[in-house]
Ligand binder design. Structure first.
Ligand code: ADP
Length: 193
């Protein structure tokens, strides 16, 4: 199963992707996590991405496309994967389609988690508080100013992509304001129909 999860920052993509990955025994491919790991490991990709991520902007398509292409070539992706945070631009979506076509594969489901804008900031602030309470370190881009920029990038660059998949008749929207377990159930229902 090859699945794309869409949603603005704070919509719960990461949580749902992780659950689905466990249930279906396929990897969760989070480009945000991959990029943060690249920054931590100070790789060339990390060095190119760091300042851009700190501003809450999207890193260049070529960089992310290459990272995803390398990742889905790995053995554990053969039976499927859950894309969390990719594609985020029309150019990335086109690159993904081409990458999969080369292998004779395609995406099976494209799911959007819809959440009201006002709830997103509250969710981000709760994530920061929970992380700090657990003794962890908050994400550098989880602050009000950078978060506003991330929302703006989503609205301008990623939301138009929903139309790309809608036109292809592939998009399913799910109410992400519901409890986490209900959202998981709704996604599973889409996958079995
Ligand atoms: P969120 O969806 O909550 O904003 P992510 O962890 O998915 O957070 O992404 C964090 C940052 O990583 C983004 O703000 C962006 O700078 C970068 N990033 C992640 N995925 C992509 C992508 N597909 N294209 C461009 N930049 C990306």
């Amino acid at each position: 199963m090859r699945l794309i999860l869409f949603g603005p920052p704070g919509a719960g993509k990461g949580t749902q992707a992780q659950r689905l990955a466990e249930r279906h025994s396929i990897p969760q491919l989070s480009t945000g996590d991959m990029l943060r790991a690249a920054v931590t490991n100070d790789t060339e990709t990390g060095r190119r991405a760091k300042a851009i991520m700190d501003r809450g902007e999207l890193v260049p398509d070529d960089l992310v496309n290459q990272m995803v292409s390398d990742r889905i070539d790995q053995e554990d992706c053969r039976k499927g994967f859950i894309l969390d945070g990719f594609p985020r631009t029309v150019a990335q979506a086109e690159a993904l389609t081409a990458m999969l076509e080369q292998k004779g594969d395609k995406i099976d489901a494209v799911i959007e988690l819809k959440v009201e804008q006002a709830s997103l900031i509250t969710r981000m602030e709760k994530r920061v508080a929970d992380t700090l309470a657990a003794g962890g370190t908050a994400r550098r881009d989880d602050n009000r100013d950078t978060f506003a920029r991330r929302l703006d990038e989503y609205q301008h660059k990623t939301a138009p992509l929903l139309n790309y998949y809608r036109r292809r008749g592939e998009l399913v929207s799910i109410d992400g304001m519901q409890g986490m377990d209900v959202v998981t159930r709704d996604i599973e229902n889409v996958l079995t129909t």
